[in-house]
Design a protein around this ligand. Structure first.
Ligand code: URA
Length: 424
């Protein structure tokens, strides 16, 4: 590989130029090996943040991050298809979606992460199930995909190590919120996972990375372009994240809600998004099964139990209960016109559902149950939110986060669409 001087690569991007494929491959590889210093990569990340990267540069950057590690080669006898969400509050969709799509005939290798900040992590939620184990070997993943059809587990350490290093650097240098850097980070891990098809749930709104629909659309387009450039059939749904998804936000509470959905019940918005994403995934897998019918039948619940049992979990064991519950009541009567996703996410995090540093533990029983959804009529004194925690001293800070989260108006709010549009 041609070697470059890191400072020349930084200067080229700082001055608004496009980096060559050779420069990108070299800098990502040299950074992963420790030959480009952290401060040089920090400067380059900031130059990319300020100047952007075009579609070619972003696809090459993604390829270089994939090549920094190994690709999973899954020997599975069904079509493989995966889903990734850019993260939101109450987003437990992976939990019902993976067993649903597996029940419909595809294989779903869902390598997931832990939560950091106000959005929860799928692994933290599943670890509230007694005995459940996140770490699987590649052989265990392959065996479970062939026997059950769905695996939700921790990403193996060999997948895109350049991203792990770069993400930690971006986190402390104010360079996370860059479309090419976010898109290449997400897609390097997903493409290295080896699925033939990928469906993205790109969230827009207060509880999401991308606050506006236009930023989220740009991210969705970039993600789909990268997938296509790397031969992975990719589609994206742009979905609203101004209010929490479903009624539960946290760990065990979200697992309980996912189980309700798998048993044919659950909140309408969680069911709607689960079915819409399942349709996209099944279309990519070439399967013409109606996921709405399968979900309503409760068959996917049996697959869920097999998936949990295969990873050491007891799907019939009671989930952890909080030591303390506090209630937020409606301050007036009228229509609940807003329940802010970001505020609810921060409050759940302060109650102990999330972590501030990677090494912190989470409380499995902590979280929030939203007892009313925007659009519903409420009366003064009616319980609106239930706060769950094992550490009651956390409640005042959670209440502070919720101070402006609830809006009650005389007039009914306009109905909001959950699924805003599709990008393919
Ligand atoms: N998720 C990722 O994996 N990477 C980012 O940069 C942002 C969200």
């Amino acid at each position: 590989m041609t070697a470059f001087a890191a400072v020349d690569v930084i200067r080229a991007k700082r001055d608004g130029g496009a980096l060559s494929d050779e420069q990108i491959r070299w800098v990502v590889d040299a950074y992963t090996r420790g030959d480009v210093a952290e401060e040089q990569m920090a400067a380059l990340a900031m130059a990319v943040f300020l100047r952007g990267m075009d579609a070619r540069e972003t696809a090459t950057w993604t390829g270089a991050m994939i090549d920094s590690g190994s690709r999973l080669s899954l020997r599975v006898d069904r079509p493989t298809v995966d889903k990734h969400s850019t993260g939101g509050v109450g987003d437990k969709i992976t939990l019902p979606l993976a067993p649903l799509v597996a029940t419909c005939g595809a294989a779903v290798p869902q390598l997931s992460g832990r939560g950091l900040g106000h959005t929860g992590g799928t692994l933290d939620k599943l670890e509230s199930i007694p005995g459940w184990r996140a770490a699987l070997s590649v052989d265990e993943i392959t065996a479970q995909l062939n026997s059950v059809g769905a695996v939700v587990c921790a990403a193996t350490s060999g997948l895109a190590p350049a991203d792990r290093k770069l993400y930690a650097l971006r986190d402390v240098t104010g360079t996370v919120e860059s479309v090419p850097l976010i898109a290449s980070s997400i897609m390097s891990k997903k493409i290295a996972e080896g699925s033939a098809g990928l469906v993205l749930d790109v969230k827009a709104g207060s509880g999401a990375f991308m606050k506006s629909v236009s930023e989220a659309s740009e991210l969705a387009r970039t993600l789909v372009e990268i997938g296509t450039a790397h031969g992975v059939t990719t589609t994206a749904l742009l979905t609203d994240m101004n209010t929490p998804l479903g009624a539960a936000v946290g760990n065990a509470v979200e697992v309980a809600e996912a189980v309700e959905v798998l048993q044919g019940g659950g909140p309408a918005d969680v069911v709607e998004l689960t079915v819409a994403l399942a349709r996209e995934m099944l279309a990519l897998a070439g399967l013409s099964v109606d996921p709405a019918r399968v979900l309503a039948s409760g068959e996917a619940y049996e697959t869920w139990c097999r998936m949990i049992t295969a990873q050491g979990g007891d799907c019939s064991a009671p989930l952890p209960r909080p030591a303390h519950v506090a209630v937020v009541e409606a301050a007036g009567s009228g229509y609940l016109s807003a329940l802010d996703a970001y505020a609810v996410g921060v409050a759940a995090w302060r109650l102990g559902a999330g972590r501030a540093r990677k090494e912190d533990p989470v409380q499995h029983a902590a979280g929030i149950r939203c007892l009313a959804k925007p659009g519903e009529q409420v009366t003064e004194g009616q319980p609106l939110l239930e706060l769950h925690t094992d550490t009651p001293e956390a409640v005042p800070a959670a209440l502070e986060a919720l101070a402006t989260a609830v809006e009650i108006t005389d007039k009914a709010p306009e109905a909001r669409e959950l699924i805003l549009h599709r990008v393919s």
